[in-house]
Design a protein around this ligand. Structure first.
Ligand code: AMP
Length: 285
């Protein structure tokens, strides 16, 4: 497995693959890899001749300094996992390689930003779309894989690729979960034993809401129940619990038709102590 740290080495590696007409898939990560990341790698290995993973803890997408400072880093273990998963190369840039002195450009999507994590984490989505655009331009992959766990992020990246004519297929991979349905996340490592027991409540609430909507219950009513249930389970704060459309994240409520609701998703973000967990679930499973 090749490890490249500079744009120059990255370009010459990819140029060699392109010269052989090999198709390239990319998986972008911030490290601290788990089975969720490896599901993206697996999907990429199936569809492409070559797979490149990136590990870059992007400072611009952290709206909270403490979150950045305590973000788990385990590069050797990550490299071992990526090699075992069949990745051909890993791009491991330093911050200066991505944002050299004087760097001043932001890629910002005007739509689908004023809600969910876009609203509750100021600057976060611009940080994501900026770094993803840079990496897509630097790498030039045929396909790029993102987790549906970060559904808003996935939609925004798809929008960027279309709007900027980046010739890449943006592919969404379903969320990988623990046995008790907690969505895998690098931040789960921060949960203590008691918090870890409470964490799967988010999935429980989402799936109950989905079932109740399918049975014909009103959206506002079930969301109110869900918020109370999450609080009572021991979560310290709820950033959002909402139902939104899968295409443009349109908010659903009492005026939404049954057809609209059945094509939607439940989205949740809530805090256990200093750890913020997010999840989402399709209503029409
Ligand atoms: P991160 O390292 O957290 O920035 O995540 C890198 C990529 O892995 C993103 O596309 C995430 O959506 C995806 N990802 C993270 N957790 C999961 C999961 N549990 N299931 C599927 N994909 C995930």
């Amino acid at each position: 497995m090749n490890i490249v740290k500079s744009k120059r080495d990255l370009r010459s590696l990819v140029a060699g693959w392109k010269a052989n007409s090999e198709e390239l898939g990319v998986v972008m990560t911030m490290g601290a890899l788990h089975e969720g990341h490896l599901a993206l790698v697996e999907a990429a290995c199936k569809d492409n001749d070559r797979v490149l993973a990136t590990i870059f803890v992007n400072p611009r997408q952290f709206d909270n300094k403490a979150d950045l400072e305590t973000y788990p880093i385990d590069t050797n273990e990550d490299l071992r996992k990526l090699k075992a998963a069949g990745v051909d190369a890993v791009y491991l840039p330093q911050v200066e390689e991505i944002y050299p002195e004087g760097y001043s450009t932001t890629v910002s999507v005007a739509a689908m930003q004023d809600c969910l994590c876009g609203a509750t984490r100021p600057g976060h989505m611009d940080g994501v779309t900026t770094v993803v655009s840079k990496l897509l331009i630097q790498i030039g992959p045929d396909r790029a894989y993102y987790g549906q766990k970060d559904f808003q992020q996935y939609l925004l990246i798809q929008r960027v690729a279309r709007d900027l004519d980046l010739q890449v297929d943006v592919i969404g991979v379903p969320t990988i979960r623990e046995g008790d349905n907690l969505a895998l996340s690098s931040r789960n490592r921060r949960l203590d034993e008691a918090q870890r027991k409470i964490a799967p409540t988010l999935f429980k609430v989402e799936s109950t809401i989905a079932d109740l909507i399918i049975q014909g219950e009103a959206a506002d009513h079930v969301l109110e129940w869900g918020r109370k249930f999450i609080h009572d389970a021991g979560f310290d704060k709820i950033d959002y619990l909402e139902i939104r459309s899968e295409e443009y994240l349109t908010l659903m409520g009492e005026n939404s038709s049954r057809e609209e609701l059945l094509g939607s998703r439940v989205f949740v973000a809530a805090w256990l102590g200093n750890t913020r967990l997010i999840d989402n679930l399709s209503i029409s499973r």
